[in-house]
Design a protein around this ligand. Sequence first.
Ligand code: UT7
Length: 343
Amino acid sequence: MTTASHPVTILGTGSYAPERVMTNEDLSQMVDTSDEWITTRTGIRERHIAADGETASDMAVRAARLALDSAGLTADAIDAVIVCTMTPDQPCPATACFVQEKLGLEGKTAFDLTAACSGFIYGLQVASALVHAGTHRHVLLIGAEKLSAIIDWTDRSTCVLFGDGAGAVVLGRGPDHRHGIIGVRTGANGAQAELLHVPGGGCRIPASEQTVRDRLHFLKMNGREVFKHAVRGMEQVARDLLDEHGYVAGDLDLVIPHQANLRIIDTLGSRLEIPPERFFNNLERYGNTSAASIPLALDEAVRAGRVRPGDLILMLAFGAGLTWGASLLRWSGNNQPVPLSEN
Ligand code: UT7
């Protein structure tokens, strides 16, 4: 029996990536780059690109349905939908409202959360607080991105990095006292906003013919600076969260980091003294899918049998804002994984 004193836990996971795959070779036909450069500098080999009419909410719904199946729940058990995205279907209303409608969840709470690549960890903090407070029994938390819509396909320094996709989890009270979310930490430094941003289209620089000519609706990034902050930021938040709950890095069974760059993940591993085999990575096949990256990797890890009941799992994120976050949880193993081939 589940009681209100049980920790909030992940009851099910799901993910979706669009059908179309764009390889490094494909990109080398579009901009001055090479498979060798992209692979050695990032670890990425291919990424999925959404179809023209396919939106963040379409991808979110695909991932959400699988998460519900894996939790053994039907949509009517969901009391809130949170979509973490920086590529909403429209500036207004929230993409979560489209997801809610498509899932037939009329009347239920629905809102978006914007924390770029840290969105899922921020979302985990908010969603678990809703369940903890008792106002919402089950929350559908989704990271969904159509980054291909805001990528400057003439800018080789960014277009090789990103991909589209979605990952979802269902949160609710766990089956016992020993498993579930142990803690979540998030932070931000808005003074570094310009290191990674989309300058145009908001109220500061509203959309105009000029903003389109100046390419202000595309993602701009100072990659070298973001790289340094990402390593330091994730290392610090990992250490703080582990300390706070009386754990050390050696206690971890699995780390699921934001999938931006394999060199960032490897550096983080050496600094935290966590061996590479304790990290789950899939950026080779997806690139950086921003808010979708952690739930997509988590779902793959679950379906690949990399996550066992009782495992201590650390999830780490870093992104525009700058923002960062970490979550520590003891896997409850009560979800019902569906093999990847049926996904
Ligand atoms: O998800 C949010 C967080 N985002 C991140 O964590 C991204 C963090 N940053 C990075 O992952 C890396 O900084 C990049 C992958 C973006 C770039 O790698 P880097 O080793 O920092 O390269 P760089 O920007 O210092 O550029 C090195 C060289 C430059 O040429 P010069 O100036 O040395 O002649 C670039 O022009 O590589 C050149 N370059 C490329 N060459 C071939 C940049 N992009 C490309 C490319 N193909 N696609």
